[in-house]
Design a protein around this ligand. Structure first.
Ligand code: SF4
Length: 467
């Protein structure tokens, strides 16, 4: 008997920005099929969780969210698990989430309407299991959903999905399959559509953005795409590049970034470690001379460059000496932003035979030591901006605790959403505005300022061609 539940859905999106784009694309397809999004799960006919299955803590969170919704599920409601957890663990998810009605793999997010329609048409004794064994090419635009996620005046654009790198600790290739780039024209069309929506910052994401176009037979695919983008949307303020793979930041890419003011001097390049032996065991590029040379080249070409990276501590076999090499490298390189993870044992990855020998307390101690080393570096980097002016994209307002004074929150070119710092601006500035902010104070990760021009030079604005 067809379901009488309302055509409404409540979507919970977990994990990375790439999952956020898949969630928004599923929401678009459901919207096109007449379903209305609701914030309150009790009012939803469909409960949809786009899960993350990358590492242990992320899996735990996905199961917690699913079981919470299952526990409060009411008659007629459908609970569907999508995303990386289901792609990786399939029916095991159903065994751990009683009351689950449907399972949809991350490679087939575009089938969400079919799955919902089937489930609404007839009750299924067993969860409806939609995990095609053969990988459908994730990148091909065979559906009418935009591959973007708009967050205020910023938007993520997914330029590719999947990954062909052999990193031993990583389950992404198992989950997503190999790297598939999206057509250049599709990305340019989305960039224009976002510009027309008033978006001021485009954030390019993939598992490995520097591999863009390889499967399309393009040489220097990312540089080509960037050049096409600045031609297609010259009036978008910022284009930000996330997830560069070491060894693939080329001279042409550096030159392209340095030449075009929209391509903001910011790069996220996860290095994962700095000791060649550890990197080799990780099956990651281990040529640290290349890393040092390339970072130096980038800083010469873009003096205002803001560099972000990520490291893993506690990888199997990591000795005190190897960890000390990492600390020395961080001290020497002085990154603007550093993220760190403790090694998570991932069955099915090529690191599995190495086990998980580094004790949890050693991992924790190394994690804390690394972040404690980075904090004063980040503080000094921030202090260098006091008295200078940064262009800030305003994202929200608040009140100063205690005084209740109005304050606005934004990001400069140095801050990617959710993972980097913010700029706190005195006063009330409308969200979506791009304003010059004179920096008056610095904290370990955030800056404070007032709208207006400083007198000690203008940072970022020059690089952004603002005189
Ligand atoms: S580049 Fe390495 S760490 Fe990143 S998604 Fe690919 S395999 Fe995983």
């Amino acid at each position: 008997m067809p379901s009488k539940a309302p055509k409404t859905f409540h979507l919970v999106s977990l994990g990375c920005s790439k999952n956020t784009v898949d969630s928004d694309s599923m929401a678009q397809l459901l919207g096109n099929a007449g379903f209305r999004p609701v914030a309150n799960p009790n009012q939803a006919g469909v409960l949809l969780v786009n899960t993350c299955g990358f590492i242990g803590p992320a899996r735990d969170e996905s199961y917690r969210v699913l079981n919470e919704l299952a526990a409060h599920k009411r008659g007629g409601q459908l609970l569907i698990a999508a995303g990386c957890l289901t792609q990786r663990y399939g029916m095991e998810v159903a065994q751990r989430v009683p009351g689950l009605d449907g399972i949809l793999g991350t490679r087939r997010w575009m089938d969400i309407v079919d799955v919902v329609t089937q489930l609404r048409r007839a009750k299924h004794p067993e969860p409806l299991y939609h995990l095609p064994t053969e990988a459908i090419t994730v990148g091909t635009d065979e559906h009418e959903a935009l591959r973007v996620s708009v967050q205020g005046a910023s938007a993520y654009i997914k330029i590719a999905d999947g990954c062909r790198r052999p990193c031993a600790f990583c389950a992404i290739p198992l989950i997503k399959g190999t790297a598939v780039s999206r057509p250049v024209d599709a990305i340019l069309a989305e960039a224009r559509a976002l510009r027309d929506l008033g978006v001021r910052e485009l954030i390019l994401i993939a598992q490995d953005s520097t591999d863009y176009g390889h499967d399309l037979g393009m040489k220097e695919g990312l540089s080509t795409l960037l050049e096409e983008l600045v031609r297609a949307v010259p009036d978008v303020d910022w284009v930000r590049i996330m997830y560069a793979f070491p060894g693939y930041v080329t001279d042409r890419m550096i030159e392209t970034m340095a030449t075009h003011k929209q391509l903001i001097p910011y790069l996220d390049m996860p290095l994962q470690h700095a000791h060649p032996m550890t990197l080799r065991r990780m099956r990651r590029p281990a040529n640290m001379d290349w890393v040092r040379e390339t970072l130096a080249k980038m800083r010469t070409a873009m003096p205002d460059l803001s560099l972000r990276t990520t490291f893993i501590v506690g990888y199997p076999g990591e000795t005190d000496e190897e960890f000390q090499t990492l600390l020395d490298f961080v001290q020497e390189t002085r990154f603007d932003r550093v993220g760190a993870f403790q090694f998570s044992f991932e069955p099915g990855t090529t690191s599995e035979p190495l086990g998980d020998p580094v004790p949890a307390e050693v991992k924790q101690a190394r994690y804390e030591q690394l972040m404690e080393l980075q904090q004063p570096i980040s503080m000094e980097k921030n202090q260098a901006f006091v008295g200078k002016t940064l262009e800030v994209l305003v994202e929200g307002q608040g009140k100063v605790e205690g005084s209740g004074e109005p304050i606005s929150i934004g990001r400069s070119y140095r801050d990617a959403p959710e993972i980097d710092g913010v700029v706190l601006i005195e006063g009330d500035v409308p969200a979506g505005e791009m304003v010059p902010v004179r920096i008056t104070g610095a904290m370990a990760y955030d800056l404070v300022g007032t709208v207006g021009w400083g007198n000690q030079g203008v940072i970022g604005l020059e690089a952004l061609g603002v005189k």
